[in-house]
Design a protein around this ligand. Structure first.
Ligand code: CO
Length: 167
């Protein structure tokens, strides 16, 4: 059975580390399959658009995304093409909360459309063209795998979020 995982919050240093690629043999192990299901449950329970493994304390390249109420499992995802066109949309992150534990939202400019490659939960190579919400979510989650947070794109940190050095 899938279990709920603890989410780590900014400014935890794990959120700033570059995550390791998953080995395809290891992916087939029960341990990683269970982790994917636990991440899915955690994302749904917390009502997130997506969740990346660093957010549950593991620096490995696993992402789950809720797309039209279906879960996409993205293993070792890579963006292969980005549109020149960008657009601005409000974003939040389960790992970026104020002192009351509330999620902070702020407008972020991202590529409108992207292509990406990834492996699914069974280790099958896939390609995907995404726009709108899905495109933004994939960019946000892949950023997590590279130690990047959406607040890094903002000119000023949102109210209630302190710079990392001050903790
Ligand atoms: Co996030």
């Amino acid at each position: 059975m899938a279990k709920l995982l603890d989410i780590i919050h900014y400014p935890h240093p794990i959120l700033r580390k570059k995550s390791q690629e998953i080995n395809m043999e290891e992916l087939k192990s029960g341990k990683l399959q269970q982790l994917l299901l636990d991440m899915e449950k955690t994302m749904k329970e917390k009502d997130g658009a997506g969740l990346a493994a660093p957010q549950i304390g593991k620096n490995i390249r696993l992402v789950v995304i809720n797309h039209n109420n279906k879960t996409l499992f993205l293993i070792n995802p890579k963006i292969t093409k980005k549109s020149w066109a960008k657009e601005i949309e409000e974003e939040g992150c389960l790992s970026v909360v104020n002192k009351k534990g509330e999620i902070i939202f702020a407008p972020v400019k991202r590529h409108k459309k992207i292509n990406c490659i990834y492996f699914d939960a069974k280790g099958k190579k896939k390609t995907l063209t995404a726009e709108k919400m899905l495109s933004k979510t994939i960019q946000h989650e892949i950023d997590h795998l590279n130690g990047v947070l959406f607040i890094d794109y903002l000119e000023n940190l949102p109210t209630g979020i302190e710079p990392e050095g001050n903790h």
